[in-house]
Write a new protein. Sequence first.
Length: 158
Amino acid sequence: MDKKDASVNLFVYGTLRREERQRITPDRFDIPAFRRNAFLETGKILDDAPFLGFATTSGRLFDVGRYPGMIEGEGQVYGEVYQVEHDGLSMIDLLEGFDPENLSESHYLRQEVELMVNGNEKLNGEAYYYNLEIDHLPLIPSGDYCQYLEAQRTLENP
């Protein structure tokens, strides 16, 4: 089978998780308008994609401002896995600012990752890794963006 025809097990850990997709609107992001519009299409792609389960992978998660960024490292990042058709990835790549022809200028890089799905099943997949400087960004120690946001909301509205 041609790689372009294959589906990808896509690990999402931030604003693309189901809970966050249902909660936020694209105008929340401080990214170019064409990428904000891609958020709506990406939501439809993920809503239609088979949900394979909740998953973890190794890495570190940072608060970029209005969305998270994952980098390689010690720790665990929590998220969800969807089986996405290869042609759907181009829209998600647009949202994430990933350009396979220009990696150095990409906001995120889509890379292979090993996942632990539903606590007991190893699965290979792909995830978006943050490709910009992290020195000034706060670490999300739990590795769980939804949990982190819920704690933030509780602080804002006790």
